[in-house]
Design a protein around this ligand. Structure first.
Ligand code: UD1
Length: 362
């Protein structure tokens, strides 16, 4: 059996990959021994493999291949599959990322095996327990020996929840490490040209949150709002598989007709699309951060936000997920089109992953 690695990273779903890419690269540069487990929560090539390849993430050492299911089914399958892997690997640290089901499942198993857990992107809260991600965040933070946070807001929240200061380390925003490393190359891609889009003359939309897409009336309203915006300028919608399934189930195909619906795109293509957009309409947490750094107006069709600094300091605006609210907010954002105002909150400096490796090898 190989020597126990210093770090065992667990990833599973799309938003994990850009974070793990940065931390693993910093680990490689520091000569840290590390292994990678992919739970298989996301399994379509466009949701997983294209990110591994583009972001230079090494081939996972272990693939659990768990796939989709209800929350309980998926979480339980990950737990059952990862237990013998963790027991055999015995890493110094189990490193988990973000707020997806793979995160909480790995943390629960590692905690009961009495392994040290480091949570990257700890301390974020939307204060909305109807979001499965909120449950995942709270439990993972409680279980983690080291909460690696992106901001002082996150630190304060963890302290309020009774987590000892010694378990909290503010390291900054690791998504921004990857964004800054990749943005110049993204700008050289021909993706706008291929889609017949002119820079600053189109909108990008993404929708996949359960609260938005699993409720027929809400999804219908949001697609109608995007249709309204498409009356002014092209709206590109890379369609998440979950949303595609719901559109079919609710018989909403005709609402897609005014939109430029495309398959989910790779990391570099998405950054290129966002960077050139006049406005982004989304329920993604990642895009809230990326639009703030790139200076692109972002309308978050959500009632709560965990990346508060993107609203207080950045380009993000919370918009109720109704047709009237989204259409009106988009009209306002397009009316204000002008100088870009890129902004990087404190510690969104491209070096969070190095600070994470330093914290884990201290
Ligand atoms: C998950 C995360 C969410 C994150 C999102 C990014 C949880 C609770 N949610 O949501 O926080 O923002 O990933 O995409 O972990 N599907 C496919 N192919 C895939 C993956 C999913 O077809 O490769 C379809 C399946 O029908 C599946 C559905 O999408 O049932 C939902 O997938 P799931 O992994 O449960 O959650 P996401 O909605 O992707």
């Amino acid at each position: 059996m190989p020597n126990a690695p210093q770090l065992l990273h667990v990833v599973g779903a799309r938003p994990n990959f850009m974070k793990a890419a940065a931390v693993m690269a910093a680990g490689r540069a520091a000569g840290v021994s590390q292994r990678l487990v992919h739970t298989g929560q996301h399994y379509d090539d466009v949701m997983s493999e294209v990110f591994l390849g583009a972001l230079d993430i090494p081939e996972p050492d272990v693939r659990l291949g768990v796939g989709s299911g209800t929350h309980a089914e998926q979480t339980a399958r990950i737990m059952t599959a990862i237990e013998p892997v963790l027991a055999a690997e015995r890493p110094e640290w189990v490193v988990v990322y973000g707020d997806v089901n793979s995160t909480i499942a790995a943390a629960l198993v590692a905690a009961k095996l009495q392994m040290r857990i480091a949570h990257v992107e700890a301390g974020l809260r939307s204060f909305d327990r109807a979001m499965p991600e909120e449950i995942n965040r709270m439990v993972t933070d409680q279980l983690s020996d080291l909460c690696l946070t992106p901001s002082a807001y996150a630190d304060e929240q963890l302290v309020r929840e009774g987590i000892a200061a010694a378990r909290i380390r503010c390291v900054g925003n690791v998504m921004v490490d990857t964004l800054l490393r990749c943005v110049e190359r993204a700008r050289t891609l021909p993706v706008l040209h291929q889609l017949g889009l002119a820079r600053g003359e189109y909108a990008v939309a993404t929708l996949h949150r359960a609260g938005n897409v699993d409720v027929s009336d809400t999804l219908a309203a949001l697609l109608a709002a995007l249709g309204d915006i498409a009356g002014r300028l092209p709206v590109v919608l890379p369609l998440h598989p979950r949303t595609r399934a719901r559109v079919r189930e609710f018989g909403l195909e005709s609402a897609l007709a005014p939109l430029r619906v495309i398959e989910p795109v790779g990391y570099f293509e998405m950054i290129a699309l966002v960077d050139g957009a006049a406005v982004v309409v989304t329920d993604s947490g990642g895009l809230q951060q990326e639009t703030t750094v790139l200076g692109v107006p972002c309308l978050s069709v959500r009632r709560s936000v965990e990346w508060i600094e993107t609203v207080t300091d950045g380009t993000n605006r919370l918009v109720d997920p109704t047709r009237a609210a989204v259409t009106e907010a988009a009209a306002t954002a397009l009316g204000e089109r002008g100088a870009r105002r890129p902004h990087r909150p404190a510690l969104w400096d491209g070096h969070a992953s190095e600070r994470i490796i330093a914290a884990l090898t201290d």
